[in-house]
Design a protein around this ligand. Structure first.
Ligand code: 8YV
Length: 332
């Protein structure tokens, strides 16, 4: 009998075809958002799930879905999944690193530039019909990117790709803080200098957050951290909602504690803190850091490869290429 799998969100047509070559598939072509009960109901009898950041996979769900053996997440981040709970129940978790690194780094850089140069704010101004005279000295004058100090909090693959863009393409001084310092050869390749968090906050002209979400990184940037930044500085978050205290950020933007912010991720998204919507010096986008057509397709394709391998098929049967908790196999 073929294994049954659930694809929680609408995916590319060729990906859906490929899934059906291997599995009995229940998918979601209408791209509805299922609540917890609906998700559990649909997962009954399924051995695998192609999940996304929209679904929370935790102990309660796993206990209600005892046939589940593989959770293949479309995304490099997997804070939507309780990995320890999966491991003890023998459920293999996979993610989609690497295929999205450069696309997401492009996006982080673009959002930082849009924030520094006030692109969204000035676009709204033009759309409103408020542009009546040509600006000379101060009309939407922002901060320079070229030659400025770029601060990166979290120095994984995406952080390093952003560092390279800053150092090589934009003549920036790149500083970073991370739980562990990079080996010297990687530091040399990225042109980044390790500093402590206080120095990062104090010296960055443009601070970009690229660290994973965990209880340790919850509100890593709150009122106290924002107060240490330069008043001309910008903050860009392409990592996860919850790393920034959104209420504190809205207050800091209104008070002029920092100059501007670019946010692609939010606490409780897709809901957005109303105070953030009310401040002008902000660029808001709907969690699209990895959203190029090519990369989103590559993420889905990798998640399927993982699902096929995790459920015992194909050339990598039993050995998906990007596992998160291979040790789960020992718990079976
Ligand atoms: C995904 C992301 O689109 O990879 C990640 O961690 O945040 C995005 O690329 C998101 O996780 C949806 O699954």
């Amino acid at each position: 009998m073929r294994p049954s799998v659930l694809a929680t969100r609408a995916t590319f047509p060729d990906i859906a075809v490929r899934l059906r070559q291997h599995f009995d598939v229940e998918d979601n072509p209408a791209d509805e958002i299922w609540n917890r009960d609906e998700l559990v109901r649909r997962l009954q009898g399924k051995q695998g799930v192609m999940s996304t950041g929209s679904e929370r996979i935790d102990a309660e769900l796993l206990d209600a879905c005892p046939q589940l053996k593989a959770v293949c997440n479309v995304g490099v981040g997997y804070n939507n999944i309780d990995v320890a709970a999966c491991t003890t129940r023998g459920v293999l978790v996979t993610n989609t690193p690497d295929v999205l690194t450069e696309t997401t780094a492009d996006y982080g850089f673009a959002l930082m530039m849009a924030t520094a140069r006030r692109i969204a704010e000035s676009e709204r101004f033009v759309r409103r019909g408020d542009w009546r005279k040509t600006g000379i000295y101060d009309m939407f004058a922002g901060g320079d990117v070229y030659g400025a100090t770029l601060g990166i909090l979290g120095m994984g693959r995406i952080g390093r790709a952003i560092a390279r863009r800053g150092a090589l393409g934009f003549g920036m001084q790149v500083i970073y803080h991370n739980r562990s310092r990079l080996p010297a050869d990687l530091e040399d390749m990225t042109g980044a200098r390790y500093v402590d968090k206080a120095t990062l906050l104090r010296e960055s002209d443009h601070l970009i957050l690229v660290l994973p979400y965990s209880p340790d990184s919850h509100h890593a940037i709150g009122a106290a951290e924002l107060a240490q930044m330069k008043p001309q500085a910008t903050l860009t978050n392409i990592a996860r909602g919850g790393i920034v205290d959104d209420a504190a950020l809205a207050h800091a933007l209104r008070a002029g504690t920092i100059a501007a912010a670019g946010l692609d991720v939010f606490e409780g998204e897709p809901a957005i803190h109303p105070d953030l919507l009310a401040v002008p010096n902000i660029v808001l986008t709907p969690h699209i850091g990895s959203a190029s057509v090519k990369t989103r397709h590559a993420m889905a394709a990798l998640a399927i490869d993982n699902l096929i391998a995790a459920l015992g098929f194909g050339p990598r049967a039993g050995r998906p290429s990007t596992p998160v908790n291979l040790e789960a196999l020992g718990a079976r």
